[in-house]
Design a protein around this ligand. Structure first.
Ligand code: PLP
Length: 420
């Protein structure tokens, strides 16, 4: 039984009766939920009044502003309830990327008085999203005082090497940032163990987790409990794009990185996106309510997709064990198939997938995540990421298996003809 009705507008196999933006153009089999998930209808409905009658600036004092402020605070309470924190610990930002930037730079700046001589050490995993990794690298260039970056390696499955992490942790460490689940391969990190190690070996360190991908499937109240800073992004949950959340638990030092009117208790200035905050809260609530059933449903669909494809096509491997990854993730290696060419053929068939993380330029290079997992550049070029989500149906799986098998066979035949 489905726990969420698919939106007719968004996904599913070609068929009559589908309406909406995507299906008006062409039937789409959307298997790129890790890049972004379509807006849930409940979210769109909840956000609608804020595009029209509830337009006030929540900082004002008159009735129009008060309505907006009340909605913003309700959204904050809802997020706090789901994440397991106090409302005052919820900071709305303009993206998951901004939440990560605030966590890394804000924590380092707050911990490092200007002019402190010894470098503060930041430790992160080798498979962090660029929103964390690039920010940590930027921090070493003087953005947050004197900072030294240590990167903890991962194993072949993308799990952080806890022994190596332990060696990196000591009293000089100011921040440990380890994602809850990876965006490319879906690997869930042992965050509780990471937090315990940090407490034991680097008691002064702040622990941050990027839970942007994990939030759809994991109970943040327990799984992110070890982190003092938790980043989220609404659009991965069927919420609006351009809305992020940083949970900064009480007492955690955090300096702002965006300055201005002092909104969000001075931690993130800028007039809040009230519609976005409301949408994010509804998306989180809907995801949290259906989490277990949805995880089971998607894992079943994903396993069917992988099994049927492997039965049809030789040389298909899953890049990480199913037991270690999020239920919607299917990272595949297709022997002898270049993913750039494959994505073009799939797109022609209306199947939307990706080769790794969504990159602003659309350019594909060998995935840093796969290279960090010890895969060769050639293996990385054969990697495909299929990610299922709330709109995915059995029909999507059927279409995807056919399209993938045909496209891969065609590319392999082309390659062998060229080689003849
Ligand atoms: N962190 C992870 C793990 C992600 O997957 C993403 C988006 O792909 C981000 C951060 C950035 O979130 P946003 O797209 O809201 O900036």
């Amino acid at each position: 039984m489905r726990s969420i009705e698919p939106a007719a507008a968004h996904s599913g196999a070609p068929g009559p009766g589908r309406q909406g933006a995507l299906s008006q153009q062409a039937p789409v089999t959307y298997l790129d939920h890790a890049a972004t998930s379509p807006l849930r209808p409940e979210v769109a409905q909840a956000m609608a009044p804020f595009g029209s009658e509830v337009f006030g600036n929540p900082a004002g004092s008159h009735r129009v502003s008060r309505r907006a402020a009340a909605a913003l605070e309700e959204a904050r309470e809802e997020v706090a309830e789901i994440v397991g924190c106090r409302p005052g610990e919820v900071i709305f930002t303009a993206s998951g990327t901004e939440a990560d930037n605030l966590a890394v730079l804000g924590a380092l700046r707050a911990r490092r008085p200007a002019g402190a001589s010894d470098p503060a050490v930041v430790v992160c995993s080798a498979v962090e999203h660029p929103a964390v990794l690039a920010t940590c690298r930027a921090a070493t260039t003087g953005l947050a005082g004197s900072v030294q970056l240590e990167v903890a390696p991962v194993d072949r499955h993308g799990s952080i090497d806890l022994g190596h992490l332990e060696d990196l942790l000591d009293e000089r460490v100011a921040l440990v940032s380890v994602m809850l689940a990876n965006n490319e391969v879906g690997t869930i990190q042992p965050l509780c163990e990471v937090a315990t190690l940090a407490r034991q070996r680097a008691p002064g360190a702040i622990v941050h987790t990027d839970a942007v991908q994990a939030a759809s499937f994991l109970d943040l109240r327990t799984e992110a409990a070890g982190a003092s800073l938790v980043s989220l992004s609404a659009h991965k949950l069927g919420g609006p794009k351009g809305v992020g959340i940083l949970v900064a638990r009480h007492g955690v030092p955090l300096a702002p990185v965006v300055f201005g009117g002092g909104q969000e208790r001075g931690r993130r200035s800028g007039t809040q996106n009230v519609a976005g905050a409301v949408g994010a809260a509804v998306a989180l609530r809907v995801a949290a309510r259906s989490q277990e059933a949805e995880a089971r449903r998607l894992a079943k669909l994903r396993d069917r997709l992988a099994d049927e494809l492997a039965a049809r096509l030789p040389g298909v491997v899953e890049l990480t064990p199913r037991s270690l990854r999020l239920p919607g993730h299917l990272p595949l290696g297709l022997r002898g198939v270049d993913h750039e060419e494959l994505l073009v053929l799939l797109d022609e068939q209306g199947v939307c997938a990706s080769a790794g993380s969504a990159c602003a330029s659309g350019a594909l290079g060998p995935s840093d995540v796969l290279l960090a997992m010890g895969r060769s550049p050639a293996e990385a070029r054969e990697a495909l990421r299929l990610t299922l989500g709330w709109t995915t149906t059995e029909a999507d799986v059927t279409v995807a298996v056919d399209a993938l098998a045909m496209a891969a066979e065609r590319l392999r035949a082309g390659a062998s003809a060229v080689g003849d």
